[in-house]
Design a protein. Structure first.
Length: 519
């Protein structure tokens, strides 16, 4: 047999097989088989595919979409190697088209045909549509180095909008301090799953984390340590504004918390006059709660609160200031109530809305106050009786500082062990008797950091439970089912691995993806 025939019979098929094996596994060409989290409201497939090409552009219908287009370009360019120039105007074949249209808040549609992907909606809706689109592409799209294509998306139409308008995460940066870059990554991760509020726990017994120019020792002294005695840290107001802007570009609204009158040892250690006995407290590096209180009898306390709330309001464009109010066991209730009432007046005097842990419902709530249910359902109901909305953060379902199970190396378990299924199988609108969906502003998943010290620790606790809680905030409960969701979650494994997310590989999830090299 001559050489030619051998080539045809052996060489080319081998090359062909090799070439095929190098191809990015193409996503299923059935759009309804896409594994998007949160589950979109409706998906219709037309059974063909769109392919992103080197000549593709990102076309925007309005200059206000420039930032979203550049964030999309930042996702696609490193892994495809395509320049994906952002231009304003009319799209050509092969382009991604972002079209600003007024409609339901945060709603979007993605229309995919063989020639174009068009994402239409209001500004946040388009950003959420971009998060959905990145999940329609192969997981390799998340790589930061050029991967082999092709980059195909199944054709069809996705129509989507959120159930709750407030879908948040709370990051406690007081027990352990996390720098600007860690918080930016956290914002990247929560916005990928359409969470739109970041509640930062800026002060607590163990640390004060935000510069207040009129009370400088709060940060310089109160921010100088943390749980375990580490060096702590704090955000200058410039750092904080950088985080607010970074979050805003991803349609995440910042909610700063100054916890009071309890959980205030860092402030009490920084300024003697804030203590009833006039003696500054020692800095505290333990994890007890409920032992501290501002001196509610002294006028200087309210000047302090006013200065703090004023400076914070000036650098917080979002509607809420969180005043804490939890676990004030060292503040007699007859002093707690007038204190919370005065603090609420201070917040509203700076045109901000009050958000507070559920204990604040024992005070006289101002208009538009929001009660964050974490512990006492009766407090949540007291809030509703006063006309407040409830932000659902039941500790037994949403506290991601809870261990997954008794073997988890990180976390606490006072609210119980919270495995991935436990954090998903519940409905905010039926969690508390007599608390209906109309009473609920939304959902928020707190991560307290007594035992959490690094970004890897954060990711271990937040992945994979946070995507499921994000789905609870976004997808109607009658469209949610754990047996179906866990399969979609399992298929996110490759994406987590490529993004180097340090996720917990829970046994409750049927994981699919690159086998982790043990060792
Ligand atoms: N409860 C405290 C938090 C934190 C948490 C740890 C609230 C509102 C226990 N208050 O949760 O400061 O210590 O799981």
């Amino acid at each position: 047999m001559n050489l030619d025939r051998i080539k045809w019979l052996v060489f080319f098929p081998v090359i062909g097989l090799f070439w095929a094996s190098c191809q990015t596994p193409s996503v299923p060409m059935d759009l309804t088989e896409a594994n998007v989290i949160p589950l979109p409201t409706s998906v219709e497939a037309t059974g063909s595919s769109f392919e992103l090409m080197a000549e593709s552009h990102i076309v925007i219908s309005d200059g206000s979409l420039q930032s979203t287009a550049e964030i999309l370009q930042g996702i696609l360019k490193p892994s495809t190697g395509y320049s994906l120039e952002v231009v304003t105007g009319i799209p050509s074949d092969g382009d991604i088209y972002l079209v600003l249209e007024q409609g339901d808040a945060e709603a979007y549609t993605i229309s995919i045909n063989e020639d174009q992907v068009a994402i239409k909606g209001d500004a946040p809706g388009i950003f959420w549509g971009v998060q959905t689109m990145r999940q329609l592409l192969p997981p390799q799209i998340e790589a930061r180095t050029v991967q082999p294509g092709p980059w195909r998306i199944a054709t069809g139409t996705i129509t989507d909008k959120p159930t709750y308008t407030y879908r948040g995460s709370m990051l406690d940066v007081a027990r352990h301090f996390f720098g600007v870059d860690d918080v930016k990554r956290y914002i990247d991760l929560i916005s990928m799953y359409k969470l739109n509020y970041l509640h930062l726990g800026l002060s607590n017994d163990q640390g004060w984390r935000i510069e207040i120019k009129s009370w400088p020792r709060l940060a310089t002294h109160g921010g100088s340590t943390e749980v375990g005695g580490g060096e702590g840290g704090y955000y200058t107001q410039e750092d904080y504004v950088e985080l607010v802007d970074y979050a805003a570009d991803r349609f995440v609204t910042m909610v700063p918390e100054i916890d009071m009158p309890g959980h205030t040892n860092a402030a009490l250690a920084s300024y003697a006059e804030l203590n009833c006995d006039g003696k500054a407290r020692d800095l505290y590096t333990g994890i007890e709660v409920g032992f501290s209180t501002l001196c509610t009898d002294k006028e200087v306390t309210y000047r302090f609160v006013d200065d703090v709330i004023r400076e914070l309001s000036l650098i917080t464009p979002g509607p809420y200031i969180h005043i804490g109010g939890d676990e004030s066991h060292a503040t007699p209730i007859d002093k707690y109530i007038p204190f919370v009432n005065r603090v609420q007046q201070i917040v509203t005097s700076y045109n901000k809305k009050v958000l507070g842990w559920d204990e604040i419902a024992n005070a006289d709530l101002v208009k538009d106050a929001v009660v964050q249910y974490w512990d006492r359902a009766d407090n949540a109901l007291k809030g509703v009786e006063q006309g407040a909305k409830v932000l659902m953060s039941p500790a037994s379902r949403t506290y991601l500082d809870m261990q997954y199970d008794s073997t988890s190396p990180l976390g606490l378990h006072w609210a119980g062990y919270i495995e991935v299924d436990t954090s998903y199988i519940w409905d905010p609108a039926s969690m508390v008797e007599a608390l209906d969906q109309d009473d609920i502003l939304g959902i928020e998943t707190p991560l307290w950091t007594e035992t959490i010290e690094t970004m890897d620790d954060i990711e271990y606790m937040v992945f994979p439970r946070m995507p499921g809680i994000a789905e609870i905030g976004w997808t109607p409960s009658d469209q949610r089912d754990w047996e179906e969701y866990k399969v979609r979650l399992g298929k996110q494994k490759e994406r987590f691995q490529i993004m180097e997310i340090n996720f917990y590989e829970s046994a409750t999830v049927p994981w699919e993806g690159i086998e982790k090299v043990k060792g």
